[in-house]
Design a protein around this ligand. Sequence first.
Ligand code: NDP
Length: 606
Amino acid sequence: MLGAMTTEPLTAEELLARYEAERNKRLRPDGNDQYIEAAGVFTDYLEDPHIEAPNREPIIDPVGGGVTFAFIGGGFAGLVVGARLAEAGHQVRIIEKGGDFGGTWYWNRYPGAQCDTAALIYLPLLEETGHMPTEKYTHGPEIYEHCQRIGRHFGLYDNAVFSTEVTDLTWDDDAKQWIIETNRGDRLRAKYLGAGTGPLHRPKLPGLDGIKDFKGHSFHTSRWDYAYTGGDPTGAVMDGLADKRVGIIGTGATAVQCVPHLAQSCGELFVFQRTPSSIDERNNHPIDADWFNALEPGWQEKWLLNFTTLQTGGFTDEDLVMDGWTDISQRIRDQLMINAETDGDFSPAAIQRAYHDSDNEKMAEIRGRVDTIIADDATAAALKPWYRQLCKRPCFHDHYLQAFNNPNVHLVDTEGKGVERITEAGLVANSDEYELDCIIYASGFEVGTSYTRRSGFDMTGRDGLRLSDYWAEGMLSLHGIHVAGFPNAFVVGPTQGANLISNVPHNLTEAAKTITAIIDHAEAKGATEVDVSADVEAAWVKRLEEGGRTFGGDPSCTPGYYNNEGHEAEPGSLRNRLGYPEGPVAYFDYISEWRSNGEFEGLRFG
Ligand code: NDP
C-alpha cells in the first residue's frame, strides 16, 4: 500500500512556520566547526584508490625554462583553459593530484555518479571533440572518459604531471616566472599560472566522538573502495557487500545517487539522515544520434546561453534543455505573469511573492511525490523536505526514494540532529547503537574554509605577499580571475564572476576564452607581466558587494553548506560567494565584450 496522501495544502503562514521549526531542529552552534578535515589520522581517506602513484624523478626546470602556462588541477577548469590555450598555440602543463584528468570525475567514482545538469550543456567542448553524450544525464564513467578525450584531443597529456600535489607557489620577480613546488620534489617553472582547484574539492568528515575508534571498514564517497565493496563505477552489483551491514552518513546529492546501488547490494543498509534532500523526477533518456547529428554548428553555445538565461530568470522563445532547473525558473516567471495580470505589479515585492508562490507549489509537489512512492507512512513523512527548494542543492532521481521500499533498507531519521557518535562496533543515532561492518561517509566537501586550506597550497606573489594573508578577509579579484600583487596568475572558478551554480562548467568555458585572449595579447605585445592594480580590484569587489548578489547565504534556510550552516556569514566570507550584480548572462555579455575590444581595461601589461 502506498503512503497516505499529503496533508497539504497548508496556508503560506503555516508552511513558513513549519520551515522554521524544521530549520531550528537542525541549527547547531558549532556551524562549520562540526566538521573535521580528512587529515592527520584520516589521511587514508584522501589516498587515491584508483592508481599507485608511479615512481619518477623530480622535475627541476632551469631559471627561465619550464613552460609558458602551468595549470593546477586537471578537472574541467584545467581542461577547458588548457584546451583553448593549446588550440591558440601556447605550451601548457597541467599539474594534477589524481592519476589522470577528470578532477571531480576522477575522484568521485561512487556507483550511480551522474551529472545533475543535462550532459549537452554540462560536458564541455562537445562540438570540438565530436562527442555525443549517450544519455541526457550521462553517468560518471562516460564523463571521466570525456575528460580524457579532451586531454587527448588538445595534446594536454604531453606535458601533464599526474599524482602530484602542488605544495607552494612563488613569483620569481627576476625571472618573471612562477616557481611551482610539489610533493614529488619538483621545482617547475612557468611564465603564467592558472589554478582551478574546484569549489568542492576537499572531503570533510563529521567531527563525531569516537570516529577514530570504529573497528570496521570505512571510506568517504569520493574515494569509493571497490576493493572492499566489489562492483565497479558502472554500477555492477557490489557482491562484497552481500552479507554486510552498511551505514551511510548523509543524504545529499552524492548519497541520493549511490543509495539505490547500495540498496541492491547490501545485506542491510542503514541510511542516517539529518535533513532530507528534495527529490524531483529525473526522466533520463538516451540521446538520439540522428537528432544529435542534425544540430547546427555552434549549437552548444546556443544551448548554454538558453539554459543560463532561463535558469536565471530571463526569457527565451524556447526551453532547449527542459529540466528541473529550468522548470523552477519557468514557474516563477509564469507566476509573476499571473500576479502581474491580476494587479499589474512587477515590483521587487511582487517578484518575491511570485518566487514564494511557485516555490510553495513546487515543494508541495515534491513532498506529494514522496507519498506516491513510499509505502510506509512514517518513512514517507521523514523523507519530506521542509524548506524552499533552492535552500539546498535540488536533487533529481527516479530510484532513490524507491530504494526505501526495499526490506533491507532502513531510514534512520535523526530529526535534524544527525549521528551522535561512533563506537568500535558501529554508530549511535537517536540514542540507539547500530552495529555495522562498514560506514560510508557521504558527508560532503569543505566549502566555508579558506581557499589556501582547501587548495592545499599557498601562493607568494610580488614582495613576499602571501595569498592566505591577502585573502584573510575574503577573496579579492578582478572578474574572479586576477589578483593584485600576483602577476601572471589566473584563478578559475565561478566566484566574483558569473557565479552560475546550476551549470558550473559554463563559468569555466567562458574563463578559458578570457584567459586565452589575455595570453594571446600579452604574448603578441612581448609583455613579461600581466597584473591588475589594487584600485581596479577594489572597485570590482565594491561593485559586487553593493550589488549583493551572492550564492546561497540565506540564513533563514535550513542549515547546510549553501548558507554557512545557518549562521550569519562574516563580511569577508561573503566575498567568497559574490557574483556579478546583474546576473550570469549579463556577466557573460560583459566579459565577452571586455576580452574582444582589445583594451583589456583594468589590466596592466608590463
Ligand atoms: P553534502 O554536503 O550536500 O551532503 C552531506 C550530507 O551529510 C548532508 O546530508 C548532511 O546533512 C550529512 N551529514 C553531515 N554530518 C552529519 C551527521 N553528523 N549526521 C548525519 N548526517 C550528516 O555533500 P554531497 O557530497 O552529497 O554533495 C556535495 C555537492 O557536490 C552537491 O551539493 C553538489 O553541488 C555536488 N554534487 C554534484 C553532483 C552532480 O552534479 N552530479 C552529484 C553529487 C554531488 P545536512 O543536510 O543536515 O547538512
